[in-house]
Design a binder for this molecule. Structure first.
Ligand code: GAL
Length: 637
């Protein structure tokens, strides 16, 4: 793999500031050592204040000023914020929520991915933007839209979505009889006599048919892919610069791998403290411990996920620089954490880390969101840490990416399937995968995340593929013949492609004589202890068959079974159970592990080993005392 140069950047809104300060801002960015400046993604009302009234002059000048300072511009398409006149032109372009209510104007992302008129409007503005700047020497990368799915905006129950969904169903199933059969619509007399009779799966009296919901989730995801592809193709025809999109943390509403295939670079927006309070499910004591550092595994997981979505090329497009405004609590980072987060991204192979935002806005929704500068342009605390990283980059300007020894398979459809039929409160695929990832990290391992259509697992000693509720036969075969120690379950291959329980019963894995005879979900306060340590929490399967039993309940029931390199875990293991499984699989595969002390985390590149101290206490490592928020980098082969 070729070495990549590590760079820094920031997100800037020239339209928010008087033109007189642009020069100064650009000079300060360059002096700080920044390479990139992302602009434009919310600027539609200034680019085109009225239909066809195009005002490029200010954007021309902004790009020229930034470019003259030596900065490289990432230009965003402005389609996340259609101005009011676009809505006047297409009053039905708003997404409708599950209650059928329109999501109104006055913030952002007020559009439905299925709306043809809005898509045409996007085609027009993106083509104009790319015509104007496609070969501008300072525009060195593009960003499509902004954070698809942010604020729950992927799913829409609009008339446009209904029409599109009916068409999608007709194409997929060809005949309505085939659809009725595939969905099991005979149950409760839900059979349709034409595709035009199909509705959206909201506002039903009790739960809708899970097959119906899954089909709608697939349709919805396809709309995001289509929306992004339209933009990417228009830009690519007009510009040699790479195209990116900024994905989010723990947003699984659409298939990010599929969107990523139309991009050169996947990026994501990393807000560790916001995520800890807003997304991570954990006890209060855990959140207190990491309140100023963020979850020790959440960012790393997304770094690895988006590296996969970008097929190796990925950035952090927005890095939290101080308190944010949107989580239930918004503390300031522990001194040193902005530097740690930045280096951690680089350790996972990021080509760029851009701080959001250059200057804190004194107006509108994000007044209470820190930037590198205060609203009065004085330096905010993150500035010094960014400067420190910029100086340190001189010592380690490049990363030599290297494959990790272990991998996790991640599947967006599995997340939808768990959400559709969790079987118990709080059970979800994302949490299950993150628990497995955490166990690998506690063992000091670097991890690759792989999409579910991976057909070659060679090079990996251990592959974890928990919770894949539907598994293509090709994936089953690729895993079974990979030579890696493979961990599957719970719920692996528990449904066919249309959400029915297959017969022979799951998991029906090649060569593994193990069958899930029954499933049950458990109250959180009723874990089932395992003989030898650890427990199953939340979800437990009864396993039958002749395969070797590798974990049992204290009462003697089989929980994990194995044949050759395939191990099936019939339950949601707690941390101790997952640590046992990881240790066992790594030992069998000859993959070295080392239990990380405290809340230390480790990551290898092709030439370096990094340690990051997420805990509030110092840790001894490699003969050094690493303070809280400390980063250690050593050469490593
Ligand atoms: C991101 C978004 C930015 C800004 C930021 C605040 O989700 O892309 O525009 O709103 O959050 O943390």
């Amino acid at each position: 793999m070729t070495a990549l140069t590590r760079t820094l950047g920031t997100c800037y809104y020239p339209e928010h500031w008087p033109e007189e300060v642009w020069d100064q801002d650009a000079a300060r960015m360059a002096a700080l050592g920044l390479t990139w400046v992302r602009i434009g993604e919310f600027a539609w009302s200034r680019i085109e204040p009225a239909p066809g009234d195009l005002r490029w002059d200010w954007l021309d000048r902004a790009i020229a000023v930034l470019g003259a300072a030596g900065l490289r511009v990432v230009l965003g398409t402005p389609t996340a914020t259609p101005p009011r006149w676009v809505l006047d032109r297409y009053p039905d372009m708003l997404a409708l929520d599950a209650e059928g209510r329109p999501r109104g104007f006055g913030s952002r992302r007020h559009y439905c991915f299925s709306h043809q008129g809005y898509l045409e409007e996007c085609r027009r503005i993106v083509a104009l933007l790319a015509d104007r700047y496609g070969t501008n020497p300072h525009v060195a990368a593009w960003q499509t839209d902004n954070e698809y799915g942010c604020h729950d905006t992927t799913i829409s129950h609009s008339a446009a979505a209904l029409a599109g969904f009916r068409d999608w169903c007709a194409q997929r199933y060809q005949s309505v009889e085939a659809l009725n059969r595939a969905w099991g619509n005979v149950f409760w007399s839900m059979e349709y006599d034409s595709f035009d009779a199909i509705g959206l799966p909201n506002l039903t009296v009790t739960e809708p048919n899970p097959a119906h919901v899954l089909a709608f989730r697939r349709y919805t995801s396809d709309q995001v892919v289509r929306f992004n592809r339209v933009q990417a193709e228009l830009i690519r025809a007009r510009s040699p610069a790479p195209i990116s999109h900024n994905f989010m943390g723990q947003v699984t509403d659409f298939d990010h791998f599929a969107v990523g295939r139309d991009l050169e670079i996947a990026t994501w927006d990393s807000y560790p403290l916001g995520f800890l309070e807003d997304r991570v499910v954990a006890e209060d004591a855990y959140k207190r411990r990491f309140a100023r550092q963020g979850d020790p595994d959440f960012q790393a997981f997304h770094h690895d996920l988006y590296r996969a979505c970008g097929r190796g090329r990925w950035w952090v497009m927005e890095q939290q620089p101080g308190p944010v405004n949107w989580a239930p609590y918004n503390p300031a980072p522990l001194p040193g954490m902005v530097r740690l987060w930045t280096w951690e991204a680089f350790a996972h192979g990021a080509e760029a880390v851009c701080y959001f935002r250059w200057r804190q806005a004194p107006f509108a929704q994000e007044q209470m969101h820190a930037g590198l500068l205060r609203p009065d342009s004085a330096e905010a605390p993150a500035m010094a840490e960014a400067a420190q990283v910029a100086a340190e980059l001189a010592e380690a300007p490049q990363v030599a990416p290297a494959p990790a020894p272990v991998a996790i398979v991640f599947d967006y459809e599995a997340d939808w399937s768990w959400a559709i039929q969790p079987h118990g409160r709080g059970l979800g695929y994302f949490g299950l995968v993150l628990d497995h990832y955490r166990a690998l990290r506690r063992a000091g391992l670097s991890v690759d995340i792989l999409p579910p259509d991976t057909d070659d697992f060679s090079g990996y000693g251990v592959v974890l593929a928990p919770g894949l509720m539907h598994m293509a036969d090709a994936l089953k075969t690729a895993l079974a013949t990979s030579g890696a120690q493979v961990l599957l379950g719970p719920r692996s291959a528990a449904r066919d492609g249309d959400f029915a329980i297959p017969v022979p019963l799951p998991p029906a894995l090649p060569g593994l004589d193990a069958t899930v005879a029954r499933v049950e979900s458990l109250r959180p306060d009723c874990p089932v202890p395992l003989a030898g340590g650890g427990a199953v929490t939340g979800y437990l399967e009864a396993l039958e068959g002749g395969a070797e039993v590798v974990l049992r309940t204290e009462a003697g029931a089989p929980v994990a079974m194995r044949a050759g390199t395939l191990t099936y875990m019939g339950g949601w293991g707690d941390a101790a159970a997952l640590d046992r499984l990881v240790a066992d699989l790594c030992a069998r595969a000859g993959v070295e592990t080392e239990t990380m002390p405290g809340s230390l985390r480790r990551r290898d590149t092709g030439t370096e080993r990094f340690w990051f101290n997420y805990g509030p206490e110092p840790v001894e490592i490699e003969g050094e005392t690493l303070p809280p928020a400390g980063v250690l980098r050593r050469p490593h082969q």
